[in-house]
Each structure stands twice: as structure tokens, then as C-alpha cells.
Design a protein around this ligand. Sequence first.
Ligand code: SF4
Length: 357
Amino acid sequence: MGNKYVLLKEKIYAGQRISAEEAVGLFSWDLLELGKAGDHRRKLATPGEEVGFIIDRIINFTNVCEAACRFCAFHARAGSIPPYTLSMDDILAKTEALKAAGGTQVMLQGGLHPDYTLAFYVHMVKTVKENFPDIVLHSFSPAELVHISEKSGVSVDDAVKALKSAGLDSVPGASDLLVDRIRKIVSPHKITTAQWCEVMEVLYRNGFKSSATMTYGMGETVDERIAHLMTVRNIQDRTGILRAFIPWSFSPENTGMSHILPATGIEYLQIVAVSRIVLDNIRYIQAGWLTEGLKPAQVALCFGANDMGGVLTEEVVVKAAGITTTTSRDRMIDIIGNAGKIPVRRDSDYQVLERYA
Ligand code: SF4
């Protein structure tokens, strides 16, 4: 190994920030060396061995979507799920079931429906919150917020303010891949990278917390993967609103891109470790058990990840792409415990609610 490798390794172990060019080089590291470096940075971010999970539910209230992204198997025109819209009673019944299962968070997410305006979204948030004041609404997405504001002729800022006063608590980042070359191919009718960043700034000014995700394996280069991480790191430097980062691989089945071979488990572990090293300003990196499977997610806990995300008593979007992994509170406790970690149930703000010996 050359001098460059030794210097970079020293930098990483000293907890220093690395450049985009250095980050690209990490993809040629030996996998276990990379994992050890990722785990070291994880210990700097969260000393101790606790790994959290939350009991939550995604309620996908409609799959009717104007954007019809090529990489999405969920929207009605992809053909795997017929068009549907849930009634308010359906939404309340699903929230009730989550509460009965000990859940604390609901993620309301839909397609970019051609008819739904801000008034509809405000009504939905208000109704759920009035009926379930203790349930945290971590809901919608930057693309939905831009869509709502355009449909209603108001600014994103006004839409966010209205949703906040209706009871919205926080907004998931749903970033996909923040590289416009890829976005033009896979989701040409969805927001651009610059718009995603603008929404994050609006959420920050309105006192919201958020997260960032990364969907990789859609034909992007290693440089583009790092460009995504740099955009996320810059936003976090400016706002500090990202509570977590969640990388997951693209699932091609039932999408308009089914010719693409799925990314490998090795790539997943590389992405987790590189994300942990590059994102020195984000505390939690989630292991994506839903897309990668429970066992690879367990390994990711030794590569830099320190959270298992949601138990998700219901999920539709990933299921539409042919993935049927499910879990439960007890299974999650086992998976975390068997990785040599301490399982904890947490709330939306990453505060511990229950510790399991
Ligand atoms: S990814 Fe979102 S915006 Fe794109 S088609 Fe699917 S539901 Fe619609």
C-alpha cells in the first residue's frame, strides 16, 4: 500500500474530514479494512454499543402519481399495484393498529397525485393528529412538498408552515440519488438536486428535523455516489437538520429499469462504511434491512451503521419491487443482540424508550 493510503488511514482514525477525491479512493480498499475504519468512525459518532429501532408504520395513502418515475415499482402506471387511494377512515384505522402494536411514528407518504392540494394534506395531518396526539407524524417528502405547493399556488415555505400548524412533526429526506444526470434518466418529472436542497433549507428555517437517503445501483459512477454524499454533507453543515442517513440499493424488479442487475452485498457494505467516514456530521446511519435483508443489515452494524430504522408494521413501496422482508420487535432485538450490540427501542428523535439486556 502506498503513502497516500497510510496518510488517509491516519486521517480517518484521527477523526478528520476527508475530501471527495479521498472518498473515491476508499472504494478500492480491502473490504475488512474499510469496515474497521467505518466502525471506528461510528464509535467517534456514538460511543458505546447501543443500536436503536423504532416501531413505526408507513401509510402510503395513494399510488396515483404524476411523476411515474422509471425506478419506482409503486406508482400505479408501473403496473404492479392497481391505482388506489385510501380514505381518511382507512388512514385512521391503520394508525390505530400501529398504536395498538406499541408504535410511535407514522410516515404518511403518497404519489404526486394530480388532484390533491394543500387543503387535502392539511386536513389529513389535522385529522390524524386530533385522533392520535401522541403519534409522531414523520411524513411526506421534499418532492411531495414541492408538488403540493405547485398544485396549490403557494410557496414551499407557506405549505410547510401550514402543515406544521396542522401537526406535522418532521419530514423524511427521500433523497433518491442527488445527481441530476441520473435523476434525468430515472425520475425526470421529480424535483432536481437543487430543489431538494432548497426544501431542506425551508424545513430548517421552519424548525423541522429531517433525514437523507441514498438509492444507489441505478447506473451511477463511483464519483457520482460521492457527489451525492458531498451534497448531503454540505446541507448538514449548513442546517444540522439531518438526524440520520439511510443508504439502500435500487430494487429493479417491476420497475421500468428491470434490465439493471441489482447491486451486490459487498457494494452495500462499502457504501455503509464510506458513508460513515464521509458523513462526519451525521450521528446515525441506518442499516437498510428492508431492502438488503436482515443478515446483511446485521453485518452493516459492524461497518459503521448504528441504527436499524423502523420495524414498519406496514410497507408497500419496497414490496412492489418484489421484496418481502419483514420483521418484528422481537426479531429486531435478536438481530441487534446477536451482532454483539445492545438493542434499544427509540423514538423519532433517537431518544431511548426501552433498553433490552
Ligand atoms: S418515486 Fe415517488 S414520485 Fe416517483 S413515481 Fe414513485 S411515488 Fe411517484
